[in-house]
Design a protein around this ligand. Sequence first.
Ligand code: MSP
Length: 513
Amino acid sequence: MSDPDRRYLTTPIYYASGEPHIGHAYTTFLADALARYHRQAGARVLFLTGTDEHGQKIQEEAKRRGVEPQELCDAMAGRFREAWAELNISYDRFIRTTETEHQQVVRAFVQRLMDRGHIYEAEYEGWYSVHEERFFTEKELGPERTDPIAGRPVERIREKNFFFRMSRFQDDLIRHIQENPEWIRPENRRNEVLGFLQNPLSDLSISRPRSRLEWGIPLPFDEEHVTYVWVDALINYLTASGAIRPDAEDQGFDDVSGSWWPADLHLIGKDILTTHAVYWPTLLMGAGLPLPRQLLAHGWWVVGDTKMSKSLGNVVDPLELTEQFGSDAVRWFLLREMPTGGDASYTPERFLARYEELANVLGNLASRVTSMVARYRDGTVGPAPFDGLDGPIDRALDQVHGSMEELRIHEALAAAMELARAANGYVESQEPWALARKDDGEEALDQTLGSLLRALVHLTALFLPAMPDRMGDLAESLGLDGVPTLEEAAGISPSSLAVKKAPPLFPRVELTD
Ligand code: MSP
């Protein structure tokens, strides 16, 4: 079982050949929301993200731009860091595969596989997609002899490679997936991997000759070959865990205790399921290391009903949306709109509809409640039983916890929004403005406004993982010293708060294009 006090969460490391877009942002928001949720519950968290900087794709992009690969990577790692700062990503470690430490861990890992007899050398011929950075079998290729994931051209390659005996681990992997039904989430992705494993697993080419590809980590046992970029990239999760110490005598392979390994959750898109659910666990088995505890493969963002791609010129830039709406609105849209298992579509209209939901339900609640407390009670309600919304609060807490644990973030957000809706309904039915006019309405007014404040205090905590900025602002208007944890929220008495009228949390914005 995983230790509830400690969570190690990862995003894929993004190729340093392209700009961050909403697809990258989505996975990163998911990880960020989970990291914040677990920190809120008191866990120690290691949240890892970074950039994937080796391989043919990077080498070709650098050449196209007329710069050295390292220059391109430095620039792009900077772009990702800037984007994540702008979008409020609370990562603990940003890893780059060109870091010395990582290069050493990769070499130690590959050497370990060699020492354990899992690597051999052979001639190889196959169809390679530079876009996906992997070989495909004839059977897997698309109708036009294109790669089956992105539909890009493939090239025929024949060369001497080193191979990892992946086939040896097929049965162990199948057993692992069958014995751990939660290991790959959601269920449809698990079935996809089990389906893939019904065919014999081939061995994995783990090297590229330097004569063809310079830009990679040389193999420790043959400097004329560099490590295949996917092997290099997957090992980033291990490097950042601190489990492997290349210079120490025991190197750490036999005892990972005291490090963050194994990861609790790898968050990925469905496009990279095979590499994470087949290559990675078998490589770890080969090295004799524990497997990550869980993988979550989410669906694909499309634009309208079209695939998002550079060549179509329809790539949605999360930073542009942030400029207009603020980063929390972008986080909210992406996290709320995509069901964890399925695909989702971005359109300006959908975005606006979700934004209006935020403004009309949560924003409206915050401004009407704080303004009534300021106006009718000079900022502080008198003591009364504040239990008017306890039912909806308890329901929201239960549902949010349950959904977050099951990695159904969209449902957690829907449940929190239900609480805000219930609180708005309570305002309508209690009519605090009428109570304020009644001579004997004092206690009922305190009880009503206090119950609403209690709901708002909980809402700051419930929405914090998705909207850290705006929830910080709301907490300030409520007179809180920062957003409370869920546990703290329950102990805060509404009559202890000095409330100020909240400025609009989600102001009206016109969409520009
Ligand atoms: N470098 C590899 C990953 C190595 S991890 C050891 C890679 N990089 S990538 O830049 O192509 O990013 C892929 C990831 O970005 C996907 O798995 C997904 O998490 C996210 N997305 C990229 N485009 C996406 C959509 N259109 N929709 C949703 N997520 C997508 O693959």
